[in-house]
Design a protein. Sequence first.
Length: 384
Amino acid sequence: MPVPGDPQLISSRVGVVGAGQLARMMGEVAHDVGVTVSVLALNEDDSAVATADHVVIGDPSDRAAFVELARDVDVVTFDHELVDLELLDVLAREGVILRPGPASLRYAVDKAYQRVQFAEHGLPVPRFIVVDSRNDPALHAFLDSVAVPPVVKVARGGYDGRGVFFPDQVGDVAALVESLDTVVVVEERLELIGEVAQLLVRACDGEVAHYPLVTTVQSDGMCVEVRFPSQFPELAAEAAVLGHTVADLVGAIGIIAIELFVTESGLVINEVALRPHNTGHWTIEGAATDQFSNHLRAVSGQRLGSTEPVVAHAVMVNVVGADEAAMPAAGRAISGAFVHDYGKTWRPGRKLGHVTAVDDDAERARVTAWAGALAYGTRTREAT
Ligand code: ADP
């Protein structure tokens, strides 16, 4: 097993599958961490092309494109989970170093696998079943047992609320399952007191460090705002213990983000991601080591950086394209607003950037972050 920090073993050339904003922000810090970044981009104008040292154009499910990326780097990591696990298995056997590896990635790629594994290990997940047909007798037994219509989630390929359905009536579920025509998770709809996220980073020798717990605010199934510290300080210790357990079970290398529901009966796992995550963007301004630097440190075999906060309060607001073109410069004109523009062409509904504000006062941080995001032109609105 590699020893983090051993200069002989540092993988200084990192390949990133995907070239969205997460890869872009890895590129922004790569040189400070002592690595170069090569990205596998679908298109020449992908977000991360602007910050990468090298670019390979191609589809990650195309073996030739993947091999072209892997050939000139020491280690490959990921900016999204829309990957072909079978291809990754083959490449890993052929000697490509993937961090995280395919067995870990499966937890993020396949919600059904994740729910089944976590339940088997006694971790708190919503009561659920996995089905691929409306005729499955287990579906009818499950529907008979729920008081409110359950949530239906496609096992693979969903993100930002796409692939998650909230039927109005229990009677609508069977037809929905049929129309989706794929493996789905049907799970009880929980009454949420709130939602939080636990971010951790795991080194290649298994050392794990956790960031402080944050609150996430959702609208239309999409995270619009993240607040540090979380409004549930009494849950921080429980979330951290759960986070360490999940990180070890999954065998993560790099950042692992765990989205959690806060319910009457405690924390319940929603989902995990094995890459830098939207709920960790505040760490750029708010923590001793931002999540992108720590991800690159971990996957390149270095020692982890401190995950301690360096501010009292941080608020991050996502900027999503509205009907009018976005204006990052107008966001920057707001004093105290840190504007991160992902360099994407404006399109209504597209995630274009984020704005963070840090302050000694929680309310001032929130007001400044929203002022920046609204001036920038986000269509997201503050939750009331
Ligand atoms: P995605 O993977 O697309 O981000 P999620 O599974 O995180 O989708 O679901 C999006 C949002 O839907 C969650 O943040 C939460 O607000 C709501 N949600 C999902 N599952 C449940 C559930 N079982 N009970 C109540 N709300 C849920």
